[in-house]
Write a protein that binds this ligand. Structure first.
Ligand code: NOJ
Length: 748
């Protein structure tokens, strides 16, 4: 009977598919046309016949017991599925297991509505790419998109429909462990990365069983917790929020992301979980988002701790009324929504709207046509960790690494030269996969030491010390090893579980005895290449003195061992640029390139009353956008096609970039703009464009950027968004500290 019912509904749907073009999305990117403009009559048909309990079931999301990504595991999710009380599951994967659960939903519930399976596919599913902070340092949007596309293929083959990615939280707070999961400090770069990932996951047609739905998280401003402590209070002006924090979420929504996750934090005194300003006014009314919003893990329940709901029932009423459609794991919607609707505390219309959004996403994924289209054991076996996926992972790992220092061109090392490898992170393959490693497994993953062994002519190795525990018993052996090899490659960093969720620090120094180990090895006088594995900007002020070369490798993923070795020995060439500022020390934090000038900028050395420190520079150790290569580039002065333009026009800015070294290299050419006078204060520099170019030795290229009124727009004094007439400085250079500028005018 159930099957017959869903079959009849499906016929109704198929008869009328192909539907109206109701919304025009992705207007500036028509190639991305997906099936969002289709109407799905099955959704209306279902809504007409669903009971209150069945509707609520569609708003409930429980974790399976396959993975632990939050504080509580709830027993009985299989019974809940069978009873129609749970329409969505996360942390369950493999074609076989998802098929098993899907069969229960489709065959044993009255309406047979398929389950939606979600998972944290954050930087890969089985083939693990570098952490997202690393990925963003590649500044390579097509490759980032490809990595998300591969992650989607692998996840979809394992029965998954939905990833909790991209994480769009801008962050200038290195203490926060989750800075590793995002694209760094900048809204412009962050927006590009967010859109690329959505395109990669969702492809051109969400019904295609190789694509999965994206989830924009954590909405909003989760990356700005006070004191860098996870889940802590966030408070900032509406202007700051809109200018520096919201753009990546918006870009992901505009790229067609089907779902949004509300963040754990409060904002302006209201938990994001039930923040109608965020979830309804901004997200839906302003941005036109038509997918569904899910809470974060037990986020609804946590509103009681926040102190804005007296109990879970109250929290559920507030959350759904504010626009939070789906309850992840708190169990509150299951328990209290029916009562709340019966008592009129939630209107039937609000409930139906939320259910409609969830069912529409299921329809867009093609689940009503074939609920099992994603569970394909054969495809799962054939398309996972393929050679081609692994090669993409290797390339992205290479592009993510940032060369911070390279005195006397110590790198690249000659292939087959002798090296001494020292340090507690050198032989830890598991750490390369980082936190949020999806279903990635360490079997077959080569450590950095393994990678080096395949390249070098001879390798001696000493661990030296533990990565976090005290103890210098291994120092003598390490010194002896340093003296017996050629160049020393030290591999230091943070254990990978020191970043990610609930992994914050009050120090951004290398943990344990590692710094002391570096001092001791430096004292031997051997040349040192320092390879860093970490997930946040570290205080490297001493390390940058002691080491001759430094390669920031983040956590580079499944192919990280090979990728790092290839960079060290010149089989590949570093092209990454920092997507986040590295301070001299924690005292400078927050530090980011789009700072304001202040009324007393630091310009006259020696004058007391200026905005400066007594004991440290204002500038960072390594600025945003910075990174070296194995060659050198020079920039000609920026040139403009005209010195002014107005609302209907645009100008082009260009600069000639020349490879002046003896090796091919990739440069990330960056455009920064400063608005000199505004109705409100403006940053001293803001990233407004970038392009990756590869040049042969001696080759020059003109790189052009179009300067449009939109590029100059910001939230003006009256909180309208747009440009203001006046004078602007324009910089084209290799990093955010570039100095050469030209000026132009924008006229009303
Ligand atoms: C909590 C995390 O904040 C979120 O990023 C993740 O997607 C969920 N748990 C589900 O695992």
């Amino acid at each position: 009977m159930k099957r017959f019912f869903i079959y009849v509904l499906s016929l109704l749907v198929l008869a009328s598919c192909g539907g109206d073009k109701t919304t025009v999305r992705l207007a500036d990117n028509p190639a991305r046309a997906v099936n969002f403009d289709k109407t799905y009559p099955i959704v209306d048909s279902l809504l007409r016949v669903m009971t209150l309990e069945e509707k609520i079931g569609q708003l409930v999301l429980y974790t399976s017991d396959w993975d632990v990504t939050g504080p509580s595991i709830r027993d009985g999710y299989v019974d809940d599925i069978r009873a129609g009380k749970c329409g969505n599951i996360f942390n369950a994967y493999t074609a076989d297991y998802t098929r098993q659960l899907q069969e229960i939903a489709v065959n044993e519930t009255r309406l047979g509505i398929p389950l939606l399976f979600g998972y944290d596919v954050i930087h890969g599913f089985r083939t693990i790419f570098p952490i997202n902070l690393g990925i963003s340092a590649s500044w390579d949007m097509p490759l980032i998109e490809e990595s998300a596309c591969i992650a989607a293929h692998e996840a979809a083959a394992a029965g998954l429909h939905w990833t909790y990615s991209p994480m769009c939280d801008i962050c200038v707070e290195p203490r926060w462990g989750r800075i590793s999961e995002g694209a760094g400090e900048d809204a412009f770069l962050g927006s590009a990365v967010a859109a690329a990932m959505v395109y990669g996951y969702q492809g051109k047609d969400l019904e295609d069983p190789l694509t999965i739905a994206a989830c924009v998280k954590h909405f909003a401003a989760y990356g700005a917790p006070q004191a860098g402590r996870d889940y802590n209070t966030v408070d900032m002006s509406e202007r700051w929020l809109r200018e520096f924090y919201l753009p990546p979420y918006k870009a992901a929504v505009e790229a067609g992301a089907q779902t949004v996750m509300a963040s754990f934090n409060e904002l302006d005194g209201t938990p994001a979980t039930a923040n109608a300003h965020l979830l309804t006014e901004i997200l839906r009314d302003e941005w036109g988002f038509d997918g569904f919003v899910v809470s974060d893990y037990t986020g609804i329940w946590e509103m009681v701790n926040h102190g804005t709901s007296k109990d879970l029932e109250d929290a559920c009423i507030q959350a759904l009324n504010a626009g939070n459609d789906m309850d992840m794991q708190s169990g509150g919607y299951s328990e209290y929504l029916a009562k709340a609707v019966k008592e009129g505390k939630i209107s039937k219309k609000t409930l139906d709207e939320a259910v409609r959004r969830v069912l529409t996403v299921k329809a867009r994924l093609g689940l009503f046509e074939d609920p099992f289209r994603y569970c394909d054991a054969e495809r799962e076996a054939a398309e996972t960790k393929t050679e081609s996926n692994l090669m993409t992972a290797r390339t992205l790992a290479e592009e993510s690494c940032v060369l911070l220092k390279n005195n006397n061109n110590l790198l690249p090392l000659n292939k087959n030269s002798k090296v001494a490898v020292i340090g507690p992170m050198a032989d830890r393959a598991d750490d390369l996969l980082a936190s949020w490693r999806g279903a990635g497994q360490v079997e077959g993953v080569k450590s950095i030491l393994d990678g080096i062994k395949e390249m070098a002519g001879g390798v001696v190795y000493a661990q030296g010390c533990d990565v976090e525990k005290p103890g210098q018993a291994g120092f003598n052996q390490a010194e002896y090893t340093a003296r017996s090899g050629g160049t020393v490659i030290m591999v230091l960093g943070e254990p990978c579980d020191w970043t990610g969720e609930a992994a914050c620090r009050t120090s951004i120094q290398l943990p344990g005895e590692q710094k002391e180990l570096l001092r001791r090895i430096a004292a031997t006088g051997q040349p040192i290449v320092l390879v860093l594995l970490n997930g946040r900007p570290l205080d490297l002020s001493e390390e940058s003195e002691l080491a001759d070369a430094i390669l920031e490798a983040w956590y580079p993923g499944t192919m990280g061992g090979e990728a790092v070795a290839r960079l060290l020995f010149g089989e590949a060439s570093p092209s990454g640029r920092l997507s986040v500022t590295f301070p001299y020390n924690l005292g400078q934090v927050p530090i980011y390139h789009y700072a304001k000038n202040t009324g007393r900028p630091y310009v006259h050395h020696g004058v007391k009353y200026e905005s400066r420190y007594l004991d440290c520079e204002n500038e960072p150790l390594y600025p945003f956008g910075y990174g070296l290569t194995y060659t050198t580039f020079t920039y000609g002065k920026p040139e403009l096609s005209a010195a002014e333009f107005g609302p209907k026009g645009s100008i082009t800015a260009k600069a000639t970039v020349t490879n002046t070294g003896s090796k091919e290299g990739t440069e990330v050419v960056q455009l920064y703009i400063r608005d000199l006078v505004g109705s409100v204060t403006r940053p001293v520099k803001q990233l407004k464009g970038f392009e990756r170019i590869t040049l042969a030795p001696g080759e020059s290229r003109e790189v052009e950027f179009e300067i449009t009124p939109e590029l100059l727009s910001f939230w003006r004094k009256d909180m309208t968004f747009g440009p203001e007439a006046g004078e602007f400085r324009l910089f084209i250079g290799p990093a955010s500290d570039c100095q050469d500028f030209v000026t132009f005018k924008y006229n009303k």
